[in-house]
Design a protein around this ligand. Structure first.
Ligand code: ADP
Length: 418
């Protein structure tokens, strides 16, 4: 009896019938499995959310899915009639071909590439392309499998961000230049103002000294007010000059070896002038009875002392203003303490900001520019030190400056950028 081309029945040798049906069954099963596998592949290929293509070694599309059609705007038939070169942006072709050559030479197993396709309507589509090469059992190249992801949105966002960053960079350069010019102008102006003011102060002092006894009392008092206000104005201008110099990157450190106690003595007369009329006591305490030598910028250290002491006096109506000098490791610790109005906890972080004055009637009455502490902090940092403050409203403040005993020159570079 014949069935499906296979003969079965009596008379046939067992040898003839024992293997053939099994071979056929086996082949059938393999064919079935292959069909299933092909079906699965086809379904996966056609329904993939990203574009997929099988491409011949010459670049012709052999098989494409709907997602690829959606990305490039060509129908499946149109794509199958063309090659990937025709839809690739001409600037990106050479890179693609280089990678393909590497695949063919077995230098790489696959490659990923961000490149541009040209949509059917002419606009550029950015894609992420992943390509691998399929070979036969003997290793001969058969075709390429490509996966294509549309990344246009991301690319456009990146380009937009890049453009924005460039604009911001340009604006920043402009702003820095404007700040530099403004600081330059301020420095020049402050200098021009200081010169005549110094001579006004000098002549007023001379008139007070020489003609003091001859002048009527009221005129003498008026002249003293002129000198005090002039001095105040000079302090403000000096602060402004220092600030603008730092902003223009022109402030430099001039290190020298000097006796710290001598500088404190020099500041003494300023302290007493400022305390004049206030029920304040001024005390100084040093950790040693000997001279205290330091390698630093003398003028800046003096300015730091003046700024801290004058604030301590300015913001105190009673109590003691104390200056302590201590040695902590390789640093000197300079402490200026007062029992004045103090600073509220929430304001402590901002007092070192430029032009920052705490909004209170006392501060307004006391005058100032709000630059003293910011300049002080910058000076301390230029000298390689640090500054700290502890304070409590109504109890008093304590500013502590740590200055290296030996100033190290590396700070000079930093300070020009401050
Ligand atoms: P100003 O020129 O206003 O004194 P500063 O930069 O020296 O500017 O100080 C900033 C602010 O910090 C001051 O306006 C004041 O409110 C506060 N301040 C500074 N030192 C003291 C202090 N010793 N006691 C209380 N408040 C202080």
């Amino acid at each position: 009896m014949a069935y499906n081309g296979i003969t079965v029945g009596s008379g046939s040798s067992s040898e003839d019938f024992s293997s053939k049906p099994c071979d056929i069954c086996q082949r059938g099963k393999i064919q079935e499995a292959l069909r299933e596998s092909e079906d699965r592949f086809r379904t996966a290929f056609e329904n993939a959310a990203i574009g997929m293509a099988i491409v011949s070694l010459e670049g012709r599309f052999l098989k494409v899915n709907q997602s690829l059609s959606d990305i490039v705007g060509y129908t499946e038939e149109e794509l199958l009639a063309t090659d990937f070169q025709s839809i690739t942006h001409y600037e990106d072709l050479s890179v693609d071909l280089e990678y393909i050559q590497k695949l063919l030479n077995s230098e790489i197993r696959f490659y990923h590439l961000e490149k541009r396709y040209l949509h059917k309507d002419g606009h550029v589509v950015w894609i992420l392309l992943s390509v691998s090469l399929v070979r036969d059992y003997e290793g001969n190249p058969l075709y390429f499998i490509a996966q294509i992801q549309d990344i246009t949105k991301r690319k456009l966002a990146e380009e937009e961000l890049k453009k924005k960053n460039e604009e911001l960079r340009a604006q920043k350069i402009k702003a820095i230049e404007a700040i530099r010019l403004k600081s330059q102008f301020l420095a020049n102006m402050s200098h021009e103002l200081r010169t005549p003011l110094n001579s006004i102060l000098g002549f007023t002092t001379r008139v007070i000294k020489k003609g003091g006894e001859l002048l009527p009392k009221v005129q003498l008092e008026n002249l003293i007010i002129v000198r005090e206000e002039g001095q105040h104005l000079l302090d403000l201008i000096n602060n402004l000059l220092d600030y603008s110099k730092m902003e223009a990157g022109k402030m430099q450190v001039h290190p020298e070896r000097f006796n710290l106690i001598k500088v404190v003595d020099e500041v003494n007369s300023i302290v007493h002038t400022l305390m004049d009329g206030k029920p304040l006591t001024y005390e100084r305490k040093y950790y040693t009875n000997e001279d205290i030598y330091i390698m630093s910028d003398r003028i800046k250290v003096k300015q730091i002392l003046i700024n801290l002491l004058s604030n301590a006096i300015k913001y105190s109506d009673k109590g003691t203003v104390s200056l302590f000098i201590d040695k902590v490791g390789d640093k000197y610790c300079i402490k200026v303490q007062d029992e004045g109005i103090g600073i509220a906890l929430e304001d402590l972080n901002s007092i070192f900001d430029e032009f920052r004055q705490l909004d209170g009637s006392y501060t307004r009455k006391a005058g100032g520019t709000g630059l003293g502490l910011s300049i002080t902090k910058r000076f301390v940092e230029m000298l390689g030190g640090s500054i700290e403050v502890i304070s409590a409203s109504g109890i008093g403040s304590c500013f502590t400056v740590y200055l290296p005993i030996e100033y190290k020159n590396i700070n000079n570079e930093d300070c020009s950028n401050i």
